[in-house]
Write a protein that binds this ligand. Structure first.
Ligand code: NAD
Length: 477
């Protein structure tokens, strides 16, 4: 791989102005295996200036030119998939099989879906039959800062990079400082695909540095951010002075409502889904709500599945979960497990400390709490580890009330064989997405949240493309 201390600005790998370095840690063994540079204001300014210079020509490029370059990038991405999987697995601890399939696969799928959306998108059309000389032009927003987290690195980076390029915007990407290497590998691919100089730029840095410099920058027209609700609020405040557009994809605390008439695999599926990626997914179904008549059985099944969930090194093949990403996350998850016990929830699987056989690495025991009541910390806080909480309900109304008893509103899940009830509930839960009976969204399914799970953002497919476009209306065309 390239020298990870460099940045990519104006079509070249350059030596940064910044000299402060940060080690990239492998969460399986807690050892540093690469080093990046944290950018300075000068690095941020250089990247923004390159993107600004490249904007007029790129914004004027034809749809066909952009499709050709994105298709070339897709071929390169597929050809280097194994390298990408190894990189993601090392930097953030996804088990290699998960990295190869879902982590790398998500990036490929988003790129493909964006190309599909671009092909059919009409950038210029009349207002309507009643006003054929009023024209609607969809124009690129401009210079975009893309700020991404570590938990699904290529999923989140590609959900922004692909539509921004497709829309004709130019980019400064600041990936998570915890998982920067996959974004650097993608940058090599973008470089080899032949995008014009300055269209795509990468600067590494932390949130307080490059992240907030980009959010405040007068020459940035849009910040697209995925990460914590805390950082989303800080970015919104920082961006207010320059009135730039801000799109936020934030945290979640999804409910998985399981009725007595749900299919027999509903509980098992819910537990596995919660633990996938070591519980580090914003849309994880972390609060399992179970109808009282099947509650006891559900708790037993969940405890059994947790005890059978293997934990293992990220580099080892097979079906296990890996570590959580960092010491900070490990400490946070452990503290929340402790708090759950202290606040009176019933621990039915897992608990504090590393799983047996591990004395190193940020490994967490797959943990299940039952009898979790609203008001408990583990009921309301996003844990971001393999920790499931289970709560009983008696009526449909109570299930809806419990599901909505959260500051978040990203994804809720409904398990029932009663189609009418599923539709009724889907309308009443307050979340950007609802998944019914284990069916996940198809290509182009818009991803985003309500309440404190997001603002001004739906990613993927046509909605993802529109995020990077302005609407201009012109008369007498
Ligand atoms: P984080 O908010 O700490 O960091 C995310 C990114 O923001 C990083 O690149 C970081 O450097 C940057 N950042 C941090 N503070 C900043 C600031 N003040 N100004 C500008 N940039 C700043 O989050 P994380 O720990 O990397 O990721 C985990 C969080 O992301 C979880 O809360 C999770 O739910 C959320 N998430 C949401 C989605 C979604 O689409 N809704 C997807 C994945 C993750």
């Amino acid at each position: 791989m390239m020298d990870a201390t460099k940045f990519y600005i104006n079509g070249k790998w350059v030596t940064p102005d910044g000299s402060q370095r940060l080690e990239v840690i492998n969460p399986s063994d807690e050892k540093g295996f690469s080093t990046i540079t944290l950018g300075t204001q000068a690095d941020t300014d250089n990247a923004v200036s390159a993107a600004k210079k490249a904007l007029p020509a790129w914004a004027a490029s034809t749809k066909e030119q952009r499709i050709e370059l994105l298709e070339r990038l897709f071929e390169t991405y597929k050809a280097r998939a194994e390298e990408m999987a190894q990189t993601i697995s090392q930097e953030m601890g996804a088990p290699i099989d998960l990295a190869r399939s879902a982590q790398v696969g998500a990036g490929a799928a988003h790129l493909k879906n964006t190309i599909r959306a671009l092909k059919s998108f009409n950038f210029e059309h009349p207002l309507g039959d009643h006003a054929p000389d009023n024209i609607i032009l969809h124009e690129p927003v401009g210079v975009c800062a893309l700020i991404t987290p570590w938990n699904w690195p290529m999923n989140q980076v590609m959900l922004k990079v692909a539509p921004a390029l497709a829309a004709g915007c130019t980019i400064v990407l600041k990936p998570s400082e915890i998982s920067p290497l996959s974004a650097m590998l993608l940058t090599e691919m973008i470089d080899s695909a032949g995008f014009p100089e300055g269209v795509f730029n990468l600067v590494n840095g932390d949130g307080a540095g490059v992240g907030s410099q980009l959010s405040k920058h007068p020459d940035i027209d849009l910040v697209s951010f995925t990460g914590s609700t805390r950082a989303g609020k800080a970015i919104t405040l920082a961006a207010a002075d320059t009135m730039k557009r801000v799109g936020l994809e934030l945290g979640g605390k999804g409910a998985n409502i399981i009725f007595a008439d749900a299919d027999e695999k509903a509980v098992t599926r819910g537990v596995r889904h919660c633990f996938a990626n070591s519980g580090q997914s914003c849309n994880a179904p972390t609060r399992m709500l179970v109808e009282k008549s099947v509650y006891k059985q559900a708790v037993e099944t969940a405890a059994m599945i947790a005890s059978k969930t293997d934990v293992g090194q990220a580099g080892t093949e097979g079906r296990h979960i890996g570590p959580v990403v960092s010491e900070q996350q490990f400490v946070k998850v452990q503290a929340l497990i402790k708090q759950g016990i202290e606040e009176g929830a019933t621990l039915v699987a897992g608990g504090e400390g590393r799983p047996e056989g591990f004395d190193k690495g940020y490994f967490v025991k797959p943990t299940v709490f039952s009898d979790v009541a609203p008001g408990m910390t583990i009921w309301s806080e996003e844990i971001f580890g393999p920790v499931l909480v289970i709560t009983p309900f008696e009526t449909e109304e109570e299930a809806i009330e419990l599901a909505n008893d959260t500051l978040y509103g990203l994804t809720n899940y409904i398990q029932t064989s009663d189609k009418d009830r599923a539709r009724r509930l889907a309308r009443q839960v307050r979340s950007g997405m609802v998944e019914v009976n284990g069916k996940s969204g198809s290509a182009g399914f818009p991803f985003g949240g309500m309440k404190q799970s997001g603002n001004g953002s739906r990613e993927g497919g046509v909605w993802g493309l529109e995020e990077f476009l302005e609407v201009k209306s012109v008369t007498d065309w």
